[in-house]
Design a protein. Structure first.
Length: 167
């Protein structure tokens, strides 16, 4: 009986030691996992910041190129409008009024495009644009629309006197 009690006590002590050591190991593992998660979150945050910064640089560089070419196109269109005004002034009164009205409409479209570019430039200057993957797509869409509107305006300016020939 004494041997049974001694072996029972020994078994209980061994189980207790095992449980205690396993508990410590689990706590240590849990602490290491928490530290790994914290470090991973820091890395992800740094990565997100770096990515956002890269996107901002890329979008800003593309915008600067687009803005420069668009400003040249707007300036060229403005000069074209002035030349057309001079040419229209030489037409008879009826044609002068009709062409002036059409040219006024086209000049208004020209001013709207010019204002669009100024507003967008201000957003870039004041960092009111959120720089992420969607920003790249939004900028590309803006550029496509702007280019389309400029091409349409330039075509309308070229076609201004075509209507005159048909009448």
């Amino acid at each position: 009986m004494k041997t049974k009690i001694v072996s029972l006590i020994t078994t209980i002590l061994m189980v207790a030691i095992l449980l205690t050591s396993c508990g410590e190991k689990s706590k240590q593992d849990a602490t290491e996992v928490k530290e790994d998660i914290i470090e991973l979150n820091k890395d992800l945050t740094r990565g997100a910041i770096d990515t956002a910064e890269e996107i901002k640089i890329a979008v800003t560089q593309e915008w600067d190129k687009f803005k420069a070419s668009s400003e040249k196109a707007i300036e060229k269109t403005g000069e074209e409008i002035k030349k057309l005004r001079e040419k229209i002034s030489k037409d008879n009164k009826k044609e002068y009024e009709r062409l002036t009205q059409k040219l006024d409409e086209l000049e208004q479209r020209h001013m709207v495009l010019k204002d669009k570019l100024v507003v967008r430039t201000e957003k870039f200057k004041n960092n009111r644009i959120e720089f992420n993957e969607k920003a790249k797509n939004r900028e590309k869409e803006f550029e496509r629309e702007f280019d389309h509107d400029m091409k349409t305006l330039n075509q309308a300016l070229k076609d201004l006197f075509k209507d005159n020939v048909n009448n």
